[in-house]
Design a protein around this ligand. Structure first.
Ligand code: PRX
Length: 649
């Protein structure tokens, strides 16, 4: 089958959809021609404590970048995600929790119970002196308490920074310090794939370098043994005992911060992407409803972790704002075997399933017997996110999981965008395997010539992907460094938000995302800066220099290939390669584990000392026949050595 094959929405999908093809065209045109009118209307889906009178006040004009939406309105996110549902759906399940251990009991948390838990959690935070605007770091497993913690912060106006539980103590410490958290929320341990994750022990280690942290609130999850330190550490269940389950939501300005989420860029340390309250919630809730075509009463499951933006927008905020039933899964796709996802779909009668291409490819590789043994008849829609989905994986998802009757949607977006940017709407847009298709309402993608930055006017285009105007879910700044925000996203291509991705637009105006064009890797859907891995490597006493590039990997999308030059006194060995791999895991976390470490006596540099990454990429890709011009190298001979000793044959 040609990868360009079209899958048109079925009559049944069109009959029930929120948006059909004609409505998409009309509404899209209005959303870009009259953003004030369009978004002013859409924002009515949210309950405002004080209505806004202004809708859009944004500028992408260098150097005056400023983004404000609904700027004089006031609201509380949890009043929208919880309280307003109590009258109509208090007894409906808000969160289904499926634990890592398939034999352990699932939990069903109703909206009423969620209200109680969040209020109690919020009162405990208040008891610790947490104030509006204060940053609270959350380092938790995928358990409902992670959602309670996020929502409790939002209830009292504290700004949460969730750090993925797979990050190392060092990575955690950097994030805690960057946003000056005084309070950290964690659990004794997490559980993934039958193994425990020592969260509290990691926090203890991290906090050796975090002098500003005064309190650590610890949720008892596995019951594993953990050390509790004097007056600093408090058990959540002890702090919550006897605490009232009523806490009034605080009125927040639409532009007050809601959360910070650290993400990797092409240079320097991870940056704190800051999202605010009003625009983010309008956008997360509208995109969740329309893109998944969510209908009342359906069970919706996004397999991401709350440590990533997908977990923020599409496990917690979007679904709960819409009164949905959202499933939280603590485990991994291949435990106890590669049928776990499908068992959970059947067990909880999941209607909408949203995962990443890396998981799809891994499960595809495990063989069809695992998916074939499942019923899967409740499924109606399948989503994909995080990296380009290759047409083969798309077709497997469509055939084996969707049994050729489910809609498959590939959603392109980023931590920075807050919600979907380019994605099919199920009842409106025919899909093509591997394409994220068309822009969501209000999103104006442009394809630019990489060198000149000129907008390519022709429909068929290939270049870098940028966005011409603001949308409500857009990040507002880099926490503590507005200059970095401006320089990262708006300086290179003036007048546009630059995504960092390359893309192709086909003759039908469909977008095909080709991956990052900067020094950011996408490993199993996780974003990593090559600079981060390099700085971890050079922090090792035996390493003099390091350069890191990505290479195509069948399951992970991209793998991590490291070129390392040792100190003159050191000798390369397999043992040392293992030592360095473990070192990177310790410095950043297991997601940054190098796939290949090649010891190189020298790196290819220009005469001015700049490393020529293009050459390193080609060698890592095993494509060294096309190295291009190497005449500007200071020492062309290093390339022969790189090729002779390459690891990825
Ligand atoms: O390169 C794109 C890729 O993931 C990057 C964003 O990563 P992150 O901020 O961690 O957010 C991931 C979840 C939204 C993008 O710059 N990416 C994300 N979704 C897709 C994608 N690449 C291709 N197709 C997608 N659907």
């Amino acid at each position: 089958m040609s990868p360009e094959a079209l899958f048109a929405p079925s009559d049944d999908v069109v009959a029930k959809t929120h948006v059909n093809a004609t409505q998409y065209e009309e509404k899209y045109a209005r959303s870009v021609n009259d953003p004030d009118g369009f978004w002013g209307e859409q924002a009515k889906r949210i309950d405002w404590i004080k209505p806004f009178t202004k809708v859009k006040n944004t500028s992408f004009k260098w150097p005056d970048i400023s983004i404000k939406w609904f700027e004089d309105g006031e609201l509380n996110v949890t009043a929208n995600c919880i309280d307003r549902h109590l009258d109509t759906r208090g007894d409906q399940v808000a969160i289904i929790f499926e634990p890592d251990d398939p034999k352990a009991e699932a939990r069903h948390i109703t909206y009423r119970k969620l209200h109680e838990e969040v209020c109690r959690f919020a009162n405990v935070l208040k008891g610790l002196g947490v104030k509006k605007g204060e940053r609270v770091t959350i380092y938790m497993p995928m358990i409902p308490e992670a959602a309670y913690a996020m929502l409790a912060c939002a209830r009292i106006g504290a700004v949460h920074s969730v750090v993925f539980g797979g990050f190392s103590p060092d990575a955690l410490a950097g994030r805690v310090n960057d946003c000056d958290s005084r309070v950290v929320l964690t659990a004794d341990e997490g559980r993934r794939g039958g193994k425990s994750v020592p969260l509290k022990a990691n926090v203890d280690k991290a906090l050796e370098d975090c002098p500003g942290v005064e309190k650590v609130l610890v949720v008892r999850n596995t019951g594993g043994d953990v050390a509790m330190k004097g007056s600093r550490d408090v058990w959540w269940h002890e702090a919550a005992a006897g605490v009232e389950a009523v806490c009034e939501p605080v009125a927040m300005n639409a532009e007050d911060p809601l959360f910070i989420l650290y993400t990797s860029g092409s240079t320097g340390k991870p940056k704190g992407v800051l999202h605010t309250t009003g625009g983010y919630l309008v956008y997360a809730s509208l995109t969740h409803e329309l893109t998944f075509d969510y209908r009342d009463g359906e069970v919706y499951w996004c397999t991401a972790d709350v440590g990533w933006v997908t977990g923020h927008s599409y496990i917690v905020y979007g679904p709960l704002a819409n009164g949905a039933t959202t499933l939280m899964f603590e485990g991994v796709p291949n435990y106890p075997d590669a049928g776990r996802f499908w068992d959970v779909v059947d067990k909880h009668k999941v209607n909408i399933f949203y995962t990443a291409p890396t998981a799809i490819r891994a499960l595809m590789g495990a063989g069809n017997q695992f998916v074939e043994r499942a019923d899967l008849s409740t499924l109606r829609l399948l989503g994909s996110v995080g990296e380009p989905i290759n047409p083969e994986a798309w077709m497997w998802y469509h055939k084996q999981v969707g049994r050729e009757r489910c809609v498959v949607i590939d959603t392109w977006w980023q931590t920075e965008t807050g919600g979907f940017m380019i994605t099919p709407l199920p009842g409106a847009i025919a899909t093509k395997p591997g394409s994220a298709t068309k822009p969501f309402f209000g999103v104006q993608p442009v394809v630019l010539e990489p060198e000149s930055g000129k907008v390519i006017a022709e429909t068929e285009a290939s270049g870098v992907l940028a966005i011409a105007d603001s949308w409500p879910g857009q990040m507002r700044t880099v926490y503590g460094d507005h200059q970095r925000f401006k320089e990262t996203y708006f300086q290179q291509y003036k007048g546009f938000y630059f995504s960092g991705d390359g893309c192709r637009r086909d003759a039908d105006g469909y977008y095909w995302i080709t991956g990052r064009v900067d020094d950011v890797l996408n490993v199993s859907g996780h974003r990593l800066g090559t600079a981060e891995v390099e700085s971890a490597l050079v922090a090792h006493p035996k390493v003099s220099e390091a350069a890191v590039v990505g290479f195509p990997h069948d399951v992970k999308g991209q793998g991590i290939y490291c070129y390392v030059t040792l100190m003159a006194s050191e000798t390369a060995s397999d043992d040392l390669a293992v030592e360095l791999r473990n070192w990177v895991r310790k410095e950043i976390g297991p997601i940054a584990s190098p796939d290949h470490i090649q010891f190189a006596p020298g790196l290819p540099k220009t005469r001015s000392g700049k490393i020529m990454r293009r050459i390193l990429r080609k060698v890592a890709e095993n494509d060294y026949g096309a190295l291009g011009d190497t005449s500007t190298l200071a020492d062309p001979a290093v390339v022969d050595d790189l090729i002779a000793n390459r690891k990825n044959r």
